[in-house]
Design a protein. Structure first.
Length: 417
């Protein structure tokens, strides 16, 4: 058995050496990966993530008349699931009735007060006028008595006749004054009744309007369509529990799916490249095999700070050329915007470019060895950069720094020419 031990050890050693050489060769090979400068059409692309939305949509809103009744914010207590198809008049959402119920109760109290005041005014007026009529009747009766007394006193002394005559004249004057007072009291009563009646009607009208508004707290669809929750400026969608104000009244929308947009946000570094009319290729996360086309239709002039963004971003709208009933608002899109296209130019990968003291260069592989060649660069995209001078088509450059080449001097463009 011992005679086999030495060959076994030698074989294992040879295997280890072979593996070391194999891995060393692979590492050396990785260090010297090269590529060739090539001529092709150059495309400068800006890639972003967006959200599909309808170009046109109709908002489903809370009653705008809430503000006139002193209700400045209301909470959504219930809403149908997003994506629900509804017909005109179908239930969509319900609003919390706490505030409006409180206001209705307050108006009911005011209505009771107004009704009581109206009734009391009516009774007071009736009583006052009745007293005045009774007083007139009494004076008329007394005048009749004086007339009879005057007729019967024609044989009395002149002083007695004169006294009866004066009493009759006094009663006539009192009657005239009482009649005038009756007319005044009647006018006052009519005015008080009108005022009390106006307050009563005002309370009734207010109650009626609040009750009609309360019915509108059950929100229905204005037309047929698919319910999509309204997105606030913060990016959050309104749902059950969200608060809505009359100056921003939308609860949900009914989008027109025949015309779709992709809304995206471009950072402030790349926004200068984006122009209206640029062509866009779009993908949908929900449909990986779908490829859509579109054009930039709107670019915001003012940047904004959005949640999750490290720098200011600018809103960009992209019109989608294709339409499909399966595409839904809110789907995530990948947007590739073609910002520049130059035909037949020399290009190399960005990984092949280095810089030193403001000079761009590449490691050029030649027949006599490796050199550091200065290059003049043009436009670049995420992968490639245009080489305006310093290289020729099919020149071979390194994608990683070759061993021992760092200390070499950069050869200028004049040397290359």
């Amino acid at each position: 058995m011992k005679k086999y031990r030495i060959p076994l050890i030698i074989g294992s050693a040879l295997l280890i050496i072979a593996l070391i050489w194999a891995f060393a060769g692979e590492t050396e090979q990785e260090k010297e990966i090269t590529t060739k400068a090539f001529v092709d059409d150059f495309e400068d692309l800006v890639v972003s993530t967006g959200e599909l939305m309808a170009k046109n949509s109709e908002e489903i809103s809370v009653p705008v008349s809430m503000q006139r009744h002193g209700i400045y914010r209301v909470q959504i207590s219930d809403i149908v699931p997003e994506g629900t198809y509804v017909d005109s008049g179908d239930y969509v959402a319900a609003l919390d009735k706490t505030d409006i119920s409180s206001k209705i109760n307050d108006v009911l109290v005011e209505l009771d007060k107004a009704q009581s005041l109206y009734t009391q005014t009516q009774l007071d007026t009736s009583l006052t006028l009745r007293e005045k009529r009774n007083e007139i009747d009494k004076l008329q009766f007394e005048i009749k008595q004086k007339k009879i007394e005057l007729e019967q006193s024609k044989y009395e002394p002149p002083a007695t006749i004169q006294k009866i005559t004066l009493d009759e004249e006094r009663l006539e004057q009192n009657l005239e004054q009482t009649r005038e007072n009756y007319i005044i009291n009647k006018k006052q009563g009519v005015a008080k009744m009108a005022e009390a009646g106006a307050e009563l009607q005002k309370a009734r009208n207010q109650l009626q309007k609040l009750q009609e508004l309360e019915k509108e707290f059950r929100i229905t669809a204005p037309k047929q369509g698919m319910v999509v929750y309204y997105r606030e400026w913060s990016g959050e969608k309104r749902k059950a529990g969200s608060t809505v104000q009359p100056w921003d009244p939308a609860v949900a929308t009914l989008p027109d799916l025949s015309e779709m947009l992709s809304k995206t946000y471009i950072n402030e570094v790349e926004i200068r490249k984006i122009k209206v009319g640029q062509e866009v290729t779009l993908g949908l996360d929900a449909f990986p095999d779908a490829t859509l086309t579109g054009k930039v239709t709107q670019v915001a002039n003012v940047g904004e700070t959005r949640k999750g963004a490290e720098t200011k971003v600018f809103e960009v709208e992209i019109k989608v050329n294709e339409s499909d009933s399966t595409y839904r608002p809110g789907m995530t899109t990948s947007n590739t915007i073609l910002t520049n296209k130059i035909e037949s130019v020399l290009q190399i990968p960005l990984e092949a470019v280095y810089a030193q003291d403001g000079v761009s260069y590449v490691y050029l592989k030649g027949t006599t060895g490796t050199s550091k060649q200065e290059v003049k660069l043009g436009s670049a995209n995420a992968e490639y950069v245009i080489v305006e001078s310093g290289l020729s088509e099919n020149d071979e450059v390194y994608l990683s720094e070759p061993e021992g080449a760092r200390e070499k001097e950069v050869e200028g463009l004049a040397n290359k020419e």
